[in-house]
Design a protein around this ligand. Sequence first.
Ligand code: NAD
Length: 338
Amino acid sequence: MKVKVGINGYGTIGKRIAFAIAKQDDMEVVGVTKTRPSYEARLAIKEGIPLYAARPEHIEAFEKDGIKVAGTLEDLLSKVDIIVDATPGDVGAVYKPMYEKAGVKAIFQGGEKHGVAGISFNSFANYHEAWGARFVRVVSCNTTGLIRTLYPIDKVFGIEKVFAALIRRGADPADRKGAALNAIEPTLKLPTHHGPDVQTIMPWLNIQTMAVVTPTTQMHIHCLAVDLKKKAKDEDILSVWDKVPRIKFVSGKHGIKSSAQIMELARDLNRPRGDFMEIIVWEDGVKVVNSTLYYYQAVHQESDVIPENIDCIRAMMKLERDPMRSIRKTDRSLGIGK
Ligand code: NAD
């Protein structure tokens, strides 16, 4: 029997999670919610996914537009084992009492506070913490990116201290709002929330972060300086990352010099939606000087958290005890690593 999953919020993240679940043999989407009869609502119906109104007061707008919904979120909750909340930041917390009342498990996204679930999740670092859990939060795209590369380095060489500067995309490609078109905006509240967010999963890590929002929709770029406990050469670092799934090397020498070419590569590889779920590391931008490792990585904000959501469902629903088996199953199904 497949685990029955509902998705509250069928936007940038929600629709990608639905697509990824459809590729799994141990779980299925039984419905998604929308607040308005948008094109995404129509797409869900076209793809045969039952559509629910997030709130009873939304039904009228759907009916006026000729869309028959299968019910409301409350009805959807009565049909699922687990709900994935992919509503905008801090909205998930508002829905938590409904999930509690319905007696279903719930996954929240990175726009929520750690406290909404009490467990923050990354497939590699703490899969076991989500085992059978009632509520879990999959951390944000940036935090997922930082943990994907830092966790294996910490395991092998030990990390004394991390400094990360995050060059953030101003908005997602489909957004009509976001950062100014012609401005670069430093985040003045220091250190930024990204370091503490990494510490919700790696509490022992000494990490400080700064961030700058830029007028691009493509990706985030991270510039990292990592003080190591053990000696390492450039090739030792690359060899550790080479063995870890969900990290992909690119090379400036081969013409990939910016986020634009990474996104073009995703399209050339026929990745679904032109997404890149791996964290992209420039292999010719990795350098150890004395005991400090410097590197650049790129994060595709719309998609890197998708495989983590699938693994998180598996851990919470006790479908697979071994994290690496879940990770490899997810990756095979989604074409990650190809
Ligand atoms: P989005 O705005 O693209 O989609 C949100 C969806 O929720 C939309 O379908 C919208 O119709 C629906 N929604 C809005 N208000 C609602 C309400 N009151 N009740 C029910 N549904 C409602 O947002 P997103 O980018 O998909 O972000 C969702 C979550 O994922 C946030 O926590 C965000 O921080 C996190 N996240 C976003 C990104 C990213 O770069 N887009 C990356 C990682 C994590």
